[in-house]
Design a protein around this ligand. Sequence first.
Ligand code: NAD
Ligand code: GLY
Length: 379
Amino acid sequence: MAFVRGMTCNNSTISVSLGARAYPIHIGAGVREVFLGALDRLRGGGRAVFVVTSPAVVRAQALLFEGIRAVGAVVHVVSCDGEGAKRAVELEALWEALAVGCVDRGGVVVAVGGGVVGDLSGFAAATYLRGVDFIQVPTTLLAMVDSAVGGKTGINLGAGKNLAGAFHQPVAVYADTGLLATLPPREFSAGMAEVIKTGLLGDAALFARLCGAGPLRWDHPALEGVIRRCCEIKAVVVGADERETAGGEGGRALLNLGHTFGHAIENVAGYGEYLHGEAVAVGLVLAARLSVELGLVGRDVVASVAGVLRANNLPLALRRELPVGALLEAMRRDKKARGGAMRFVVLRAVGEAGMCLVDDEVLLARVLGAAHLEPVFFA
Ligand code: NAD
Ligand code: GLY
């Protein structure tokens, strides 16, 4: 329990163990006060603080930004909300704003927002002056449980999702669960897709808890523990395979369960039609179906995945059919592909994932061809 500026804060901290680049993830309601205290100390030490955010966040969290401006930080608002901001032109605008603002090598870039702001500004921090310090203040559920942790930063290219980027770890993450109060329900659900993914790939007990809990909401008493568990799992995986170089059974690549399908859906449908978490939700159903086709798990696993996704208001199928050929083409450009063969994260059981090279395009086309069909027949 920490007391900062007169406010009570229930704060638990997880560490990402990366030697000299280890950092804390502070989680809990009121953690924003710990964050504002840290900014104050940075400014007191003469360091420039450059905060990047999105229009909806600056509107929804006026008090937080009052506090940020009060300590003398500069606030840069990206031009639009959502996936459309994760592109080269926005990155260039950020670099220019950093330079015009005379941010030097002692400066700190701070992302206050969802995964889009985190990925974009993290990439700017990784590259501006060949790298400056970076802090993450996630304001979406997805960013709290996934994107703010682990140092993957980047932007989308026309050719595919996240195809340009860098590994650049933050120096600290401040996840204030109270900030989720203003998050639209659809965005909250999208974050639940990454939560469900985490249980499926690495923690059967978490998955069982999610199946039993019904839909979570920002003020659900179980949510903070769920966020903490997701961060613990991600911290362990990242600590063991920071740059996703582990071969064989997967390492960090396992965190991409459902993402080869999901990224292809986002790309082919056009960025923004599906929220990232929605595309991942459909991708999780497809990954479960692929695992069934490969004889790794029974059909009951597809039913469980579909059940928990549905309970959390996530799509199980595409809203309109997308061309299978274009989806396959997008998947061939995935970062995990090797020598023309597509690599997928598959389920070996609930709570256990593995990697699989799949070059049987007929099988993949069959799985993708069913992407617009809800798997009700398994229930
Ligand atoms: P997002 O960043 O687009 O945020 C969702 C929307 O909610 C935006 O419109 C944003 O302005 C608004 N918003 C955010 N917080 C709010 C709040 N508290 N109140 C009101 N509005 C708020 O979406 P996201 O789901 O957070 O992130 C998706 C992105 O994250 C994708 O680009 C995905 O590729 C990336 N991602 C990255 C990693 C990684 O490891 N780097 C992991 C997973 C996902
Ligand atoms: N979200 C996948 C990763 O961080 O590796």
